[in-house]
Design a protein around this ligand. Sequence first.
Ligand SMILES: NC(=O)c1ccc[n+]([C@@H]2O[C@H](COP(=O)([O-])OP(=O)(O)OC[C@H]3O[C@@H](n4cnc5c(N)ncnc54)[C@H](O)[C@@H]3O)[C@@H](O)[C@H]2O)c1
Length: 344
Amino acid sequence: MVRKLKAAVIGLTVGASYVTDYLKNPHIGEIVLCDTNPEKIAAVQAKTGLTKSYTDYQEMLAAEKPDIVSVCVPNFLHRQIASDAMEAGADVLCEKPLARNAAEGREILEVSRRTGRKLMVNFNRRYIDTSLALKEWIDQGNLGKIYYATTKWQRVRGVPWWYPLDDAKRKVGGGPMIDLGVHMMDLCMWLCGYPEPDWVSGKAFSEIAYREAADHGFNNLDVEDMGVALVTMKNGMLMEVEASWASNSELPSDNIETRLYGSEGGAVIKAGCDKCSLVITGKQGEVTVEEIPAPSRRLTVRDAFVKAVLQDTEVPCKPEQAIVISSIIDAVFKSTETGAPVKV
Ligand SMILES: NC(=O)c1ccc[n+]([C@@H]2O[C@H](COP(=O)([O-])OP(=O)(O)OC[C@H]3O[C@@H](n4cnc5c(N)ncnc54)[C@H](O)[C@@H]3O)[C@@H](O)[C@H]2O)c1
């Protein structure tokens, strides 16, 4: 007899896509909806026919005792709600970023360790078919030693004006570094076997978006519109990161790309392409580009979480990894202030 889980989803904007996935998962027996905004609940109910819902997550946790909870609320609420869910006995899948900074991430991790509940972070870009295919190729040794990587999510104009940008530093924790850079750094570092960062030299720029903020009703945009980092890993690898909500580039938004340079080959993976490319340069400099087949696995990040819960195995997208990413972003902000490289 297959064990079925009771799932609760807290926050129903991006959370609505969790509901869609859970409805397709045969191991989910029941889904409970939760949002402080009854209109958000009604919209999901209209699409799914689900009936059980709450506007107060504490009441929901006490009454329903869900097996798993998806935390899909704004960043400044992750620590409290993820911790409360674990204290109530649930395993948690938390939206990215795990927290607004590394210290807050460690507080959530401490609750997971103390309660023994699983805590996973929604690094969904790992579960794109091309990412999974490239990871397998890398793990087979096709790139040799990866010594340099670039990863970027660039927008010409794409500030999420629907974010709480009136108090963004406190509520979101940062700009595109926290919003987009988190995804790209995780993908790149996961592909490279999660090397340990050593030094970060970076800069958070605010040159464009602040001029447009007043038109969108914000008087004081206190986060960057572009973040850049150069990260030296303890194994000697160098990673260059660029994340922008606004930039004067000729490349159309969203330009999402990761490039890896290895001793035996290179690789490039771009969003919107259903293939990734393996670049092999021969001894005479001749270049061969092989397209790596990326068969559809139909495995989502949420399925992977459910599997880890049911089989009681380690979660694949670990909070410790999310904290490493947060430490890099913290260092970018510090490096911006001091103008010097920061030891992680
Ligand atoms: N993985 C991804 O690709 C991806 C994409 C978008 C957003 N996100 C992340 O998801 C999180 C939410 O982002 P969003 O764009 O959906 O935000 P949002 O503000 O649009 O939606 C958050 C929802 O949470 C509800 N909410 C707020 N406080 C609540 C509370 N105390 N209890 C219950 N519900 C509450 C709000 O009413 C709202 O419906 C953020 O951490 C963001 O970084 C991730």
